[in-house]
Design a protein around this ligand. Structure first.
Ligand code: ADP
Length: 197
């Protein structure tokens, strides 16, 4: 069983690395942002509940998000483990996840913290906004999102750090270099690869 989280600010590249690491360790990469966007695209019940929230750039409630994650983690492909990206996003969600895992007699193996200096995150996000023509994504909006990360999400690393399972990774470098750093750090901790089902 391989149970991983990847945590980092917007613009840290955690979505890309999350998929690569999940592939390397043989588990599904589960991104709550992707799950919500897919639900909106499908027009499912969940999609209609979250559409307006996501489009306004607000957060889905902790209760609904946690229910969606529990449901996703209960599917067959996550039986051998998982890599979560975008969840838990605050301390309440940590509590929900812990309750769920404890109920199954499970625990996380490692929490990957992808660190990128604030200026670098802002530069990457500003470039992405320009490339995608998102003129609403101004430097002030981006700075605000990073401040929310620092206030709400960074504290979850304190909880997992106290448990000794945080693996800190320098997120500056080429995509391949960063993947290699994460794989090496997880191997050094003895995190197992899950055999394909
Ligand atoms: P971002 O990191 O820019 O917020 P994501 O792709 O992670 O982008 O998420 C897209 C949207 O999905 C968020 O704006 C939010 O509405 C919702 N979302 C994703 N993860 C969570 C979460 N853990 N808690 C609440 N809402 C979430």
């Amino acid at each position: 069983m391989t149970r991983l989280l990847i945590v980092g600010p917007q613009g840290s590249g955690k979505g890309t690395q999350g998929v690569r690491i999940a592939d390397a360790f043989g588990v599904p990469a589960i991104s709550t942002g992707d799950v919500f966007r897919a639900a909106v695209a499908d027009g499912s019940d969940l999609g209609s509940q979250v559409k307006a929230i996501i489009e306004a750039g607000d957060l889905v409630s902790d209760e609904l998000t946690s229910a969606v994650v529990r449901d996703r983690l209960s599917q067959a492909d996550a039986a051998g483990g998982f890599l979560l990206d975008g969840y838990p996003r605050n301390l309440t969600q940590v509590m929900h996840l812990e309750e769920f895992l404890e109920g199954r007699g499970e625990e996380l193996d490692a929490v990957i913290e992808l660190s990128v200096p604030r200026d670098e995150s802002i530069a990457r996000l500003t470039l992405r906004a320009q490339e995608q023509g998102r003129t609403d994504d101004t430097e002030a909006v981006i700075a605000n999102r990073l401040a929310i990360y620092e206030r709400e999400t960074a504290p979850i690393l304190g909880v997992y750090g106290a448990r000794g399972i945080v693996v800190q990774i320098d997120g500056v470098g080429s995509l391949d270099e960063i993947t290699a750093r994460i794989v090496a750090a997880l191997d050094a901790r003895g995190v197992k690869r899950t055999a394909a089902a």
